[in-house]
Design a protein around this ligand. Structure first.
Ligand code: AMP
Length: 610
């Protein structure tokens, strides 16, 4: 590997970047810097975000700019205000020891007058978003006649955002003799059109393989039913106590909804999207950069300019429509030599997209199962123990407070104290997950690529179900008949509902034995002598617009009922799959007075843990 000096970077720039901690060039810099320093020509660089491309084009440009001329010589176009500010900031840092070199960021949403004033004073480098630059061109306040270098950064994003015409217009105002550098994370056909139109014999530089995701990123997907996406997200966050990530949503509305729910449930989260004012967005980004929030719920566009190197996770709350966007999203993690995880919480219909992305990235996703409550609790406890081990103890400061605490707690053994501290922190979490139902995995036909034949969730659910007795295959109590009814918890059925129906439609008194409520159907037991009366009383009646069907259970729910259920069947390697309990479902589940409590538990705030 070469040094910056060997690449030809000037001493005053080296001094600045050394102060910034750049010890050796990153691969894109090693390729691009000597080439541009030698003779600036057209370059197309396929480089992911975070590969060091700003310095790759920035250092040679800054070195080549003539500071004696007080006119714009380099123009960098970026899709968003945030990226524009980021690049301008980096260039200002790199050039801090070059006297009289001035860089101006030009972007919408801030005073155009002050930008015009600075332009009048003279700058050599302009970093601009296309819209604002066109404004300035139309007001004849910017002179592009001496531009020698044009950089299109995140070119694919600029095209995605509809800047093609603006770019055409801007390039028509720049001398033909300029060199053009195009940086893009992906190379869709539209980019090829631009390069053909505006570039002359460009040098192609690819850092990493074409359209390949960052090598430091592990890709995982959790396949869940669409209705369980939010619960899966919460579990993923709970399973990763130190998570610091962006959750990408598809629309502004979804972004706000998810952020609101997470905040309500006690998570350290906030939203970032285009419906917020610029100052609100700045505030949220600032909070996120400072790690004051762990989860940023964002749209693709709003998050684009946010430059954070230390994201542990990128979460796709559903996959983007445009597969290229997945690359952009996942490229936000695994940066600057760190590793990262890109998670897709996908629903069954998105399976095909996963395969397409795999093909394009030439990388496999790992099929993961949503962590169980036990796994989450264990992970949280270990993380807590880790914090206890690592916490900084201010011996002097607490010394005078400790004796009274020692006196107060001296009757407790060490183990008791640990148990109590852990309970203080985790009782709510443990209670929450004890009560919470596992998230059912869709049929393993979709869900699992491994040889287990069934996802862990399915297995867990089945074990649990079998231990409670498998619906119809369980034999009835002596003297009782076991009946199947096509109402389940998905229909808001609870024991009180069943009793009510029997009271209303079955003549005479009926004793009701064991009731097993399942999501789509249920079983209940009545004395053998009453079975026919109950069946004929209930048959054909309606409950919430649904026709009731009852029959004697024979080794499980009748096949046609299962197939007819409104939710996907629970597949697996043969045999009946028991549907699993549902988490966070309709709060009116459960019997009578318990419903309120359940609602509180399930819809309530996330248990506090640090
Ligand atoms: P970029 O792709 O330009 O957004 O750069 C990604 C991150 O890498 C930024 O935080 C840069 O400051 C950092 N960076 C760029 N070049 C180097 C280098 N040679 N050594 C260390 N960090 C770098």
């Amino acid at each position: 590997m070469k040094t910056f000096e060997e690449l030809g970077v000037a001493p005053e720039i080296r001094r600045a970047i050394e102060e910034m901690g750049y010890e050796s060039p990153m691969p894109v810099q090693e390729e691009v810097i000597p080439y541009l320093l030698d003779e600036v020509r057209d370059v197309i660089a396929l480089a992911q975000t975070g590969t060091g491309k700003t310095a790759a084009f920035g250092l040679p440009l800054l070195q080549k700019v003539d500071v004696k001329k007080n006119v714009p010589q380099a123009l960098i176009l970026a899709p968003t205000r945030e990226l524009c500010l980021q690049i301008a900031g980096d260039l200002a840092d790199y050039s801090k020891y070059i006297d009289n070199l001035r860089v101006l960021p030009v972007y919408g949403g801030s005073s155009i007058d002050s930008q015009i004033k600075t332009l009048r004073r003279g700058v050599q480098v302009i970093v601009a978003t296309p819209g604002r630059l066109i404004d300035l061109i139309n007001r004849r306040t910017v002179d592009l006649e001496n531009i020698k270098y044009v950089v299109l950064d995140e070119a694919d994003e600029m095209l995605n955002m509809g800047f093609t015409e603006s770019i055409d217009e801007i390039l028509s105002k720049v001398p033909d003799t300029r060199s053009m550098l195009l940086f893009s994370a992906t190379m869709p056909n539209e980019i090829a059109k631009i390069t053909k139109k505006y570039m002359r014999e460009p040098k192609d530089i690819t850092i990493g393989r074409k359209n390949e995701g960052s090598v430091n990123v592990k890709h995982m997907y959790y396949m869940v039913h669409a209705k369980d996406k939010y619960l899966a997200l919460k579990r993923i966050a709970d399973y990763n106590p130190s998570i610091y990530g962006i959750v990408f949503c598809r629309t502004r509305r979804e972004t706000q909804e998810i952020a609101d729910k997470l905040i309500q449930d006690g998570y350290s989260a906030d939203s970032l999207h285009g419906d917020l004012s610029q100052s609100q967005r700045d505030y949220v980004m600032q909070k996120f950069r400072m790690h004051n929030i762990q989860l940023l719920i964002a749209t693709d566009v709003a998050a684009r300019g946010l430059d954070v190197d230390s994201l542990t996770h990128v979460i796709n709350y559903g996959l983007p429509d445009d597969i290229e966007s997945y690359n952009h999203r996942s490229g936000r993690t695994g940066r600057a030599g760190k590793t990262g995880i890109s998670i897709a919480i996908a629903h069954v219909k998105e399976k095909g997209k996963i395969r397409e992305i795999e093909k394009i990235m030439n990388k496999k996703f790992e099929a993961a199962t949503v962590p169980s409550g036990d796994e989450i609790c264990e992970k949280q406890l270990l993380s807590f123990a880790d914090k206890i081990e690592k916490v900084k103890v201010n011996e002097d400061e607490i010394a005078r407070l400790l004796p009274s605490i020692y006196r107060r707690l001296e009757w407790l053994e060490k183990e008791d104290i640990i148990k109590r501290v852990v309970s203080m922190e985790f009782n709510r979490l443990i209670d929450y997950y004890r009560e919470a139902d596992e998230i059912e995995a869709p049929s393993d036909r979709y869900n699992s690529r491994d040889d287990r034949g069934m996802s862990r969730n399915s297995r867990r659910g089945e074990d649990r179900f079998e231990s409670r007795g498998n619906g119809g295959s369980r034999s009835a109590e002596k003297g009782y008949a076991r009946l199947f009814i096509n109402l389940g918890r998905m229909d808001n059925a609870n024991p009180a509902t069943l009793m009510g129906l029997i009271n209303d439609f079955v003549p005479g008194k009926v004793r009701i034995g064991r009731i097993d409520l399942l999501p789509n159907f249920s079983f209940f037991e009545v004395p053998e002598g009453d079975a026919q009366r109950v069946i004929s009383g209930l048959k054909g009646q309606e409950q919430n617009g649904r026709r009731i069907s009852v029959e004697e259970a024979q080794g499980g729910a009748p096949a046609e009922r299962r197939e007819g259920s409104r939710r996907p069947s629970f597949g697996g390697s043969g045999g009946d799959r028991a549907p699993k309990r549902r988490e966070g479902g309709n709060p009116s589940y459960g019997s009578g007075g318990d419903a309120g409590k359940r609602e509180h538990r399930k819809g309530g705030r996330k248990p506090k843990f640090s």
